[in-house]
Design a protein around this ligand. Structure first.
Ligand code: BTN
Length: 273
């Protein structure tokens, strides 16, 4: 185990621990970038291979879902993006961020013993008693949708590994946490990164060969299904009801008061009960 306080090592040192076939075969390690998603998008546009990974110790302009900021201090967390450019049927592309979250949750469980769960679509949450906190988030962005050969998806992952409470903006302190804060123990970030890349490779391969099985894995890990929820949509709209399922394209199916089933493709979920 490398010291939890050590900076991330070189790309070669990370790759030496990696046993994936495709993801991370090309891996760039940066001390500082604006956003690993932006660096990965530029690489995708210039034809970088499927599975290219961009990791940064620090981001100066990390972005989150729904136009939010992702605060990215150095030395404590994981910020990385994966370029995916293999040919999936269109209706499966929306599963990539959901399954990245599942890969993160599985690695977190294996390495820390925490019971990591998912909040639709792709927040990784940890429960302690009756309170839950978000420890990781995923931002997927499409690059050049013109044809399947040009198409790429950048899957960006931010995981709060060894951050302490002060690292979070005040308005996040009641909803976000880190693995260190949840377990009381620092985690080896390289071990975690290598494990996540491997879990994601397995899930992305399985999505092509046995999508129903992969989707069932997501279902089993998703805390949102069966819950009463409020979903904040863009433009100050919201939907309330019972989250009954996740549809074949990854949408959240909510049964609303008049009995109708509404498919939601993007939004922020609050678990009510
Ligand atoms: C969310 O809002 O939950 C998604 C957060 C995604 C953050 C990660 S950090 C690595 C990658 N680069 C970015 O700018 N964003 C993603």
């Amino acid at each position: 185990m490398t010291s939890p306080h050590a900076l991330l090592p070189s790309a070669e040192a990370i790759q030496a621990d990696l046993s994936t076939r495709i993801i991370g075969k090309k891996l760039f390690m940066h001390a500082e970038v604006d956003s690993t998603n932006d660096v990965a998008a530029a690489l995708a546009k210039s034809g970088t291979p499927d599975g290219t990974v961009v990791v940064a110790e620090r981001q100066t302009r990390g972005h989150g879902r729904l136009g939010r900021r992702w605060v990215s201090p150095p030395g404590v967390n994981l910020y990385f993006s994966i370029v995916i450019r293999r040919d999936y049927p269109l209706h499966l592309l929306t599963w990539l961020p959901l399954l990245a979250a599942l890969g993160v949750a599985r690695s977190v469980e294996k390495i820390t013993g925490l019971a990591a769960r998912l909040k639709w679509p792709n927040d990784v949450i940890c429960r302690r008693g009756d309170r839950t906190r978000k420890v990781a988030g995923i931002l997927a962005e499409s690059i050049g949708m013109a044809s399947s050969t040009e198409r790429a998806i950048v899957v960006g992952i931010g995981l709060n590994a060894n951050a302490t409470a002060e690292a979070f903006l005040p308005d996040l302190q009641s909803i976000a946490s880190s693995l260190l804060m949840e377990t009381g123990r620092p985690v080896d970030r390289v071990h975690l990164l290598v494990s996540i890349l491997s879990e994601i490779e397995t899930l992305y391969d399985e999505l092509r060969s046995r999508p129903a099985l992969t989707q069932a894995g997501y279902y089993a890990a998703c805390d949102t299904i069966g819950k009463e929820v409020r979903v904040e949509l863009l433009g100050n709209q919201h939907v309330e009801g019972v989250a009954e399922a996740v549809g074949p394209e990854g949408a959240l199916r909510v049964r609303v008061a008049d009995g109708a089933l509404v498919d939601i493709f993007a939004g922020d979920v609050v678990h009510l009960r």
